[in-house]
Design a protein around this ligand. Structure first.
Ligand SMILES: CC(C)(COP(=O)(O)OP(=O)(O)OC[C@H]1O[C@@H](n2cnc3c(N)ncnc32)[C@H](O)[C@@H]1OP(=O)(O)O)[C@@H](O)C(=O)NCCC(=O)NCCS
Length: 233
């Protein structure tokens, strides 16, 4: 059982909401919800999973239903697709992230936002072996020129920002990207980044997207959004 209700206005939630410029709803909570939150199909989806996975899955579903309800959606089952990507009710989009003991969900109306990407990581030591996996050679060169005090945090920021970008582009492309396929430009003072796909022929509308980050309470949160296309008059 959770000690507290999910947060809709707490400072960490407000900071996550500020990662986005378009109208979104963010709901977050510690990971403490169980099978009782799940629709039968959702329960069937995670029946064989370990307890931690069931708890994060159930917490995410509970938060997503709350966030969607605040936008007027009726509560429905949110079973992921075979590719593990969330399947949102028609007229809505969103993104889910969980870290060790915390989960956050952002949702929006499709008329406002075409796609969202949210990623949250606990600030931790980043294995040096991960640098080669996550960073391009250009990013490694940039990292070497940054102040010493930022060296521990920047690799996790690259990781999280690329995950947020990946989640945002996926509903449009349904395509897989390696970390090395995406290059970031980070503006640390502005809390902003730009993700650019290095692969040729990636769909132009998502080949370069802007994102924002915030570091708060031992967590890095990154958000990327793709605006809805303007409607024809
Ligand atoms: C999707 C992925 C980015 C999730 O990131 P993560 O840090 O492992 O986990 P998070 O807790 O932040 O996010 C998990 C949520 O992502 C969502 N997700 C899973 N696959 C997704 C996809 N293809 N597109 C968008 N969202 C996806 C799900 O909602 C999931 O939560 P749920 O299982 O409770 O529904 C990761 O698992 C993955 O598939 N990576 C492969 C691609 C990649 O990372 N390339 C390098 C970056 S460009």
């Amino acid at each position: 059982m959770c000690a507290r209700e999910p947060d809709v206005v707490e400072s960490s939630v407000m900071e996550i909401a500020e990662l986005f410029r378009r109208p979104v709803v963010v709901v977050a909570s510690e990971i403490c919800h169980g099978d009782e939150e799940l629709f039968p199909e959702e329960l069937a989806h995670v029946r064989a999973a370990v307890a931690k996975r069931r708890a994060e899955f159930a917490t995410a579903r509970m938060l997503a239903r709350r966030a969607l309800a605040s936008l007027g959606a009726t509560p429905i089952s949110l079973v992921p697709g075979a590719d593990r990507a969330p399947v949102w009710p028609s007229g809505y989009t969103g993104s889910i992230s969980h870290c060790a003991d915390y989960c956050a969900v952002v949702v929006a109306r499709s008329r406002d936002v075409r796609a969202l990407g949210l990623d949250i990581e606990d600030v931790r030591e980043f294995e040096p072996s991960m640098h080669d996996l996550v960073l391009t050679s250009g990013e490694r060169a940039w990292l070497r020129r940054q102040p010493q005090e930022l060296q521990p945090i920047l690799p996790i920021l690259f990781f999280s920002a690329k995950e947020a970008y990946y989640k945002c582009q996926y509903p449009i492309t349904r395509g897989f990207l390696e970390f090395s396929d995406v290059e970031l430009t980070i503006d640390w003072p502005a809390g902003a980044f730009e993700a650019r796909v290095l692969k040729r022929d990636w769909p132009a509308d998502v080949a370069r997207l802007a994102g924002r980050f915030v570091i708060d309470g031992g967590r890095i949160c990154c958000g990327v959004e793709l605006a809805a296309a303007p409607t024809q008059a």
